[in-house]
Write a protein that binds this ligand. Structure first.
Ligand code: SF4
Length: 230
C-alpha cells in the first residue's frame, strides 16, 4: 500500500463512525471525483471498506471504462479492495424504458439509483457486509433525499442497513475538489447516461457552447485516450 498524506490544507479531518458500530462497509461508487473524498475519509477512519463499482447507466462503454479505471487507480493507491461489477446496460435500458425524457432528478434517476442500490445491497448480503453506503450524495448536482430514500428502500429487502451519512458536510465538498485537483481525476461533464449526455449537449447548444468533450481532464487539460464516438 502506498503512503497517503492525510494532512489537509483547509480543515481537520474528523474520524467517522458507522451508525451502530458496523464493521464491514460496502461502498457503492459512481466515479473517482465523487468517491475520492469519501474513500479517503473512510480510510483515515479505519473503517473496513470495499468499493463496489456498479454503474450500468454510464454511456458509452468507453466512458464507463474510463470512469472505472480512474476509480480503480485511486482504490489501489489507498490499498482499498474494489469490486468490478457487471456492466449490464441492457437491463438498465429495460428498466428506464418510457423515462427517456424525464429531467435529471426525476423518475428516471430514481429508477437508476434503485437499480444500483439493489445490486449493491444484494452483493453485501451475500458476502457478509454489515452496511452499505454510496458516494452519489456528495455531488451538489444530486438530490440527497432522493438518493437516501432509494438507498433505504432498495437495501431493506436484503436486510442490510443503508448509511445515509452526509458526505458534503464537515468540509467534504471542498475536500472533494481539492482531492480531484491533487489526484488529477478525470472530471466528467455529464451525469452518465445517454439521456444526460443528450440533455447536457442540448443545454450547451442553447447557450452557444461547444458539445461535451469526453475524456478531458479539467485540471491539467490533458486528454486521455478515449474514443470520441458517442
Ligand atoms: S441522469 Fe444520472 S442519475 Fe439520472 S438516470 Fe441518467 S445517469 Fe442515472
Amino acid at each position: 500500500m502506498s503512503q497517503i498524506n492525510y494532512s489537509l490544507s483547509s480543515y481537520e479531518r474528523p474520524k467517522l463512525k458507522t451508525p451502530n458500530g458496523e464493521k464491514k462497509l460496502l461502498l457503492h461508487s459512481c466515479c473517482a471525483p465523487c468517491a475520492g473524498e469519501v474513500m479517503e475519509a473512510l480510510a483515515a477512519s479505519d473503517i473496513d471498506t470495499t468499493i463496489f463499482f456498479y454503474n450500468p447507466n454510464i454511456h458509452p462503454v468507453e466512458e464507463y471504462e474510463l470512469r472505472k479505471e480512474e476509480n480503480v487507480r485511486f482504490a489501489q493507491k489507498l490499498g482499498m479492495p474494489i469490486i468490478d461489477a457487471d456492466y449490464d446496460r441492457d437491463d438498465w435500458f429495460k428498466r428506464t424504458k418510457g423515462q427517456e425524457n424525464e429531467p435529471e432528478r426525476g423518475k428516471r434517476c430514481t429508477t437508476c439509483f434503485d437499480m444500483r442500490f439493489e445490486r449493491t445491497a444484494r452483493y453485501a448480503s451475500e458476502n457478509n457486509f454489515d452496511i452499505i453506503s454510496s458516494t452519489l450524495g456528495i455531488s451538489r448536482w444530486k438530490d440527497m433525499n432522493q438518493i437516501n430514500d432509494s438507498g433505504a428502500r432498495s437495501s431493506k429487502p436484503h436486510n442490510v442497513p443503508y448509511w445515509d451519512f452526509n458526505w458534503r458536510k464537515k468540509g467534504g465538498s471542498s475536500r472533494m475538489l481539492e482531492l480531484s485537483k491533487k489526484e488529477n481525476f478525470y472530471q466528467q461533464e455529464y451525469c452518465g447516461c445517454v439521456y444526460s449526455l443528450r440533455d447536457t449537449n442540448n443545454w450547451r447548444a442553447s447557450k452557444g457552447r461547444e458539445k461535451v468533450e469526453r475524456g478531458v481532464k479539467f485540471y491539467q487539460e490533458a486528454k486521455l485516450k478515449l474514443s470520441q464516438s458517442d
